[in-house]
Structure formats: structure tokens, C-alpha cells
Design a protein around this ligand. Structure first.
Ligand code: SF4
Length: 324
């Protein structure tokens, strides 16, 4: 299945210090087996907000400080120099994101006051010199990415060490990239058809909503339909799938081989599913086994389903932890 499949390249924004350049405040670079494995299959957009607003490498750390208790007024400061970088950073973020016309997902450096999307430390005011923690939130760039691109997969490098989160992220960006090539109603119906099981594994409700939108019984203009489809697909991918939902898809797929599989084959498959359920093996194992059945019995419907090959199989590095 894979050799014949050509995957469109997703456009992915990645924080520059994650494997691309040693631009961190301490002069270091962040290793990531996941990003290294992803590189050949994507078109990356890479930036380092701190370097691009003129800070040197290495540099004294900067941090987010809240001016008020409600944290509505956040500033980006460098406590050692007393510099307030807020306006410079806001200007750079606006310009960079205004220029970003096409993007399928984001990988942001975790906990960075500039790039981080989640879990960034926010310090109290007084020049940000206090070490007491007030709260956690988003960094200046990461926060604006969430605000503008809520319909795209956004992850940080730490979370991508979890197999299910990484797998969900890959499914989201490769499906987004494929969707960009859908240019008419007929192509949309086909897109829906081949992604049916993949969508079902994420969220049945949205899979049905997408099916209704693609069917377009009211014969609405294609642009209108595509817009509505895009918004609902984003909601479908907004949360990682549940392992139990994926297991249901495998059970459902097994029903396409009535009388073809021996008792031994079926037992072997259920053993594999149980191991996957308990976190002992990664999703690629039941997927490969099911793919071998699909090819052996030339099962037409399943052969087209992206669920069994949503992205190039060699991306998922072995180090990622399996999750339930
Ligand atoms: S986290 Fe962002 S700002 Fe900090 S070094 Fe990495 S790319 Fe630059």
C-alpha cells in the first residue's frame, strides 16, 4: 500500500531551536527524534522569535510577567537587563503570522515564554524579578498561534513524546495537507469516503456531520461547503483519539473478511488488539497486521481507507511512549 501512495507534504511551523539551529538562550539546541523523522516528509517553516527580534545567542533568559492579578496585561521582559520586549515581540508575531498563508500544523517549544503554546510560566510584576510563580499560560508567539489557528493541530515537543498524541498530530497534518488538494464537490465526496474510518476513529459524531456536509443535498456553492467542512474537520481533530475507538475500528474492519480468516488468524489479531489496549505495543502493530489481510484478500473498501496508512509509516520513531 505504501509504495504506491504519494503523500502531499504538510506545511509545518517548527520552533527553530528544535533540531534546526542552536539558538536557545544558553546557546543550545533541542534534540527531537520525532522532528528528525518528520523532516523529509514536510515543508517546514522555521523561526526563532527571540533571535528575530534582535536578541543574541547566548542571551540572558526572558520571561512573561503579568501586570495585573487577572493576567490580562502580559509583558515580555528580560529581568537581568530590565528590557521590556513586549512591543517588539508583538510586532514580530503579528507580521510573521499575517504572512503565514498556508500551514497545516505547529510544533512549538514547550514552556518557552516566546514560542510556548501551553504551560508557560507567568511571573508576577515588579519587573518580573520575583521567582514566585503566579500562573501558567501561553507564550507570546504560541498564544497568538492558538488564537489564530485553533483549527490546526498545535503541539509542543514534550507532548509529542506520547505515541497517541504524536500519531493524532501526524494524522491531522497529513489529512489537512491532502484536503488542500480538494478542489471540487466530486473530490470532496471521495475525500470523505476514503477518510471514513480515520474520521470514525476520532469522533463518530463529526464523521457523520462531515458526511452530510460532503453529500451537499441542498446543492450549496462549493466554497461554502468546503468552509463548513474545514471547520468541522478541525473540531474532529481537536482532540487525540481514544484507544477504545481505534479498537472498535479494527473490530469493524475484521467484519470485512467473513469466512476468509481462519480461527488462528482471528485469535492472533485479537491477541494483538489486547496488547495494544494494555499499552504493550504501538498502533502500528495491529495496523500492519490488518494491512496484510487487506492485501491478501484484496479488500477494495479497506484498501482505500487512509486509516491504515494516514502518513508515511517510517515517521513514528520508536522512542515515543505508548499511551492508553
Ligand atoms: S523556544 Fe522559540 S524563541 Fe526560544 S530559542 Fe526556541 S525558537 Fe527561539
Amino acid at each position: 500500500m505504501e509504495v504506491m501512495h504519494r503523500f502531499p507534504k504538510p506545511v509545518v511551523y517548527i520552533s527553530k531551536c528544535i533540531t534546526f539551529a542552536a539558538v536557545r538562550y544558553d546557546g543550545g539546541m533541542v534534540p527531537s527524534a520525532f522532528v528528525d523523522a518528520l523532516k523529509p516528509f514536510i515543508t517546514p517553516i522555521i523561526h526563532c522569535p527571540e533571535v528575530e527580534i534582535g536578541l543574541p545567542v547566548p542571551r540572558k533568559p526572558i520571561r512573561v510577567a503579568a501586570d495585573d492579578i487577572k493576567m490580562t496585561k502580559l509583558r515580555l521582559i528580560q529581568p537581568d537587563s530590565g528590557a521590556d520586549l513586549t512591543d517588539k515581540m508583538k510586532k514580530w508575531v503579528k507580521q510573521t503570522l499575517d504572512d503565514m498563508k498556508e500551514v497545516d500544523g505547529f510544533i512549538l517549544k514547550s514552556r518557552s515564554p516566546s514560542s510556548g503554546a501551553y504551560d508557560v510560566r507567568i511571573y508576577p510584576s515588579k519587573g518580573g524579578k520575583s521567582t514566585a510563580l503566579t500562573n501558567r499560560g501561553a507564550g507570546f508567539f504560541g498564544g497568538e498561534v492558538i488564537r489564530r489557528f485553533i483549527d490546526k493541530p498545535i503541539e509542543d515537543d514534550d507532548r509529542l513524546n506520547d505515541e497517541k498524541i504524536a500519531d493524532s498530530f501526524l494524522k491531522g497534518i497529513f489529512t489537512n495537507a491532502a484536503f488542500r488538494k480538494v478542489k471540487n464537490a466530486k473530490a470532496l465526496v471521495k475525500f470523505q469516503e476514503i477518510n471514513e474510518l480515520l474520521f470514525m476513529s476520532f469522533n463518530r459524531k463529526y464523521m457523520r456531520i462531515l458526511g452530510d456536509i460532503a453529500a451537499n443535498v441542498l446543492k450549496r456553492p462549493f466554497d461554502e461547503v468546503k468552509k463548513e467542512y474545514t471547520a468541522n474537520m478541525a473540531l474532529l481533530f481537536s482532540k487525540p483519539y481514544r484507544v477504545s475507538s481505534v479498537i472498535n475500528i479494527f473490530r469493524h474492519a475484521l467484519g470485512y473478511f467473513p469466512g476468509n480468516l481462519s480461527m488462528k488468524d482471528k485469535k492472533c489479531f485479537f491477541d494483538v488488539l489486547n496488547k495494544y489496549r494494555s499499552g504493550g505495543i504501538n498502533i502500528s502493530v495491529p495496523t500492519s497486521l490488518m494491512k496484510s489481510y487487506v492485501l491478501r484478500f484484496d479488500e477494495k473498501y479497506l484498501k482505500e481507507q487512509t486509516f491504515f496508512l494516514p502518513y508515511p509509516g517510517s515517521i513514528m520513531p520508536n522512542h515515543v511512549k505508548n499511551s492508553k
